[in-house]
Design a protein around this ligand. Sequence first.
Ligand code: SF4
Length: 261
Amino acid sequence: MKANYGTYIPISTVDWHGKAAVVFFLRGCPFRCPYCQNYEILTGSDLVDIKSLQDKIESSIPFISSLVISGGEPLIQKNVVKELAKFAKKKGLVVGIHTNGFFPQVIEELLQEALVDSFFLDIKAPLDDPEAYGKVIGCEEYNLTLEPKEVIENITKSLDAISRSNVDLEVRTTVIRGLVGSKEDIASISQFLAPYIKGRDSPYIIQQGLPENAMSENLRNLKPFSREELLEMAKAAQPFLNNVWIRTKEAGNERVNFEFI
Ligand code: SF4
């Protein structure tokens, strides 16, 4: 089997909070988020035998406890993800998938086959606002033919499937000035998420976007939101969620203690 390969990190401590992981970034994605940092692997082809990826996992095994499959959108390569996950599980690793939620069917299959221990799901904009969602996934800027309403339906199905399962779930929103990150955005996302994640205490992470590395040149001169601004956004999530985190370049991952902000 061939994988359309992007790149990999042999040992990472930042892609799965609290774990050391080998991380694969698979090529291809249906979205074109203007702030994407991995835009060099959204298209193109670099077909490699899956055995070479398994060899990379073997080499990292003395130093890691987990495999993370990221992208791009890794679930576009369903069979590759399944093979890598099966291999990792045989080797005693836990498996995490970074996903934009666009392929709920694949998520269902992975759950049924018990191949994943944690999903890291990006929620990019308010799910009750197709126009805003379309803008953040690049429909306008990159003339995508995707229908934002259908994208939101797919993501909601993914969220529903994962929340009904017993695998871990982390939900993240990357915030970028002028695109997503107003208090209203965060309140709307949090309110939507609450029925899916509050009962299972899954973390919601507000993640500082770094515009200088963005795919869109229009964003590159923007100032990133500060840690203080992210804390203000977290306050907007508080009425709906109780396990809220912020992630910044300067301070890493911080669980927000609402008593002290
Ligand atoms: S940031 Fe957007 S375009 Fe980039 S890999 Fe993720 S979903 Fe795809």
